[in-house]
Design a protein around this ligand. Structure first.
Ligand SMILES: [Zn+2]
Length: 450
């Protein structure tokens, strides 16, 4: 469903590296896609083993459905709206009064409620409810205040589980495509993302659903991530500055600033409010080594949940301590407590917090839980590092990877520094609130399905 939508937006894919455009994004629910811009060669697309978070197709949110009848059910204090397609929606009296769209109750210029809670009778009745000539639902309240509700507005806010789910998907794009080593990174052209709304929207949708998008064709000089961030809104500032240079540095303040191996990690779990999206721009690559790898941490967590539920329970309930101390943009002494696997109130994996370098020697656990914590951590790490779960690639100058830092774990192989050719990546962060804001605006601007 959404995969074909991505395809129509013109995203292409690569297999383990930016140099081989294949033109398809591997997914679980559609084995193969055709793209708006067909690739030069046959696409060898594979499906992945893990499903998206949702299994049932959602009903399409009605946008043009007309109201055929309205009834006020006083005993339940619900207004029933019958739509021309036969669908029935129920709206609580209190909710309707609270959301009156009239100029007295809503500040139109801000699309914000001006009605105060002190003015709201949460036990209000309804005097009359009817359909108007222009197909709005009109309600007269006992104090003779009148509310008009536009049909499309009302239908989208239907309280049925399916409608609520559809609305949440529209607002938050919660659906995820899980993947392993077979992933073909969705790719987009850097310049197109900067200048074309459809391309930018496709980038952000894939970033949300797949967790990683490769951008190609950026100039190999610093400053490109600032340009990219301005396409969204603004960069996320941290103690490493608005942008940071990943290179081999003397007296490194971070293990990333060496030429050694970097094990799979998420960035900055030492902050309670971890950066949502990471951007890495390759300006110069090492002559030897320096390959990158990524793992879908959500996929690995689901494998852990299946294979070792006790370990999953341990990592999603016990909090580890993280620390980061030093001086970069300014001096810092950061501490945070995080579950390695964050789950939401419905038990779904919501965020991964794992960085072995900044995991603190302070471990605030009861003595008898320490061994189980290490066992669980090792079990999760072993799953992540299985070859079938790791995607390896090598960045070249001008490449930018953009990925979900709360979901993907990334690492790199050691490399050899040489005087003439020093590996240099520029990095930066965005937060999901800003990214999702841009995604919604772009979707509105582009219109239609995309
Ligand atoms: Zn009103």
């Amino acid at each position: 469903m959404f995969l074909s939508r991505l395809a129509r937006c013109g995203l292409s894919g690569v297999l383990r590296g930016p140099a081989r455009p294949l033109g398809s994004l591997g997914g679980c629910r559609r084995p193969q896609l055709s793209l708006a811009k067909p690739p030069p060669g046959p696409a060898s697309v594979q499906t992945c083993g893990q499903q998206t978070m949702r299994t049932d197709p959602l009903p399409v949110t009605a946008t043009s459905c007309r109201v055929s009848a309205v009834e006020a059910r006083h005993e339940e204090r619900l207004v029933e709206v019958v739509w021309e397609d036969g669908y029935r929606s129920l709206y609580p009296y209190t909710w309707l009064r609270d959301n009156c769209q009239c100029p007295d109750c809503t500040l139109q210029s801000a699309q914000a409620r001006s009605l105060l809670l002190s003015q709201l009778d949460v036990y209000t009745g309804v005097h009359t409810a009817q359909v108007t000539d222009n197909n709005q639902v009109s309600i007269v309240w006992p104090d003779q205040h009148v509310s008009h509700f536009e049909q499309r507005w009302l239908r989208k806010r239907c309280f049925s589980p399916a409608s609520r789910q559809a609305m949440q998907e529209e607002l938050f794009v919660n659906e995820r495509i899980y993947w392993g080593s077979e992933l073909h990174f969705p790719t987009a052209d850097f310049q197109e993302v900067l200048t074309d709304d459809k391309a930018a929207l496709a980038w952000l949708l894939a970033l949300r659903r797949v967790g990683m998008v490769y951008l190609r064709g950026a100039p190999s000089e610093e400053g490109q991530l600032v340009r990219l961030s301005e396409r969204i809104g603004f960069l996320r500032m941290t103690f490493y500055g608005p942008t940071w240079r990943v290179q081999d540095k003397p007296m490194a303040v971070n293990v990333a600033y060496t030429s050694g191996d970097l094990s799979l990690h998420t960035d900055y779990p030492a902050l309670h409010y971890t950066p949502g999206v990471q951007l890495l721009h390759c300006i110069e690559q090492a002559q030897q080594g320096g390959e990158s790898m990524v793992v879908d941490g959500f996929h690995a967590a689901e494998v852990l949940r299946r294979e070792d539920p006790q370990a999953f329970g341990t990592l999603s309930s016990l909090r580890a301590d993280f620390t980061d101390v030093g001086r970069d943009y300014c001096d810092f002494m950061v501490q945070a407590k995080q579950c390695i696997i964050d789950v939401d109130c419905e038990g779904r994996v919501a965020r991964i917090n794992l960085n072995n370098a900044t995991r603190d020697s302070v471990l605030d656990l009861p003595l008898q839980q320490v061994q189980e914590f290490y066992r669980a951590l090792k079990a999760y790490s072993d799953i992540m590092n299985r070859p079938k779960n790791v995607v390896s690639y090598r960045m070249e100058p001008g490449d930018i990877v953009t990925f979900d830092n709360g979901r993907l774990l990334h690492g790199r192989k050691s490399y050899t520094s040489s005087g003439q050719r020093r590996r240099l990546l520029e990095g930066a962060y965005l937060d999901w609130d800003e990214v999702m804001s841009r995604l919604r605006i772009l979707r509105k601007a582009v219109g239609g399905e995309c």
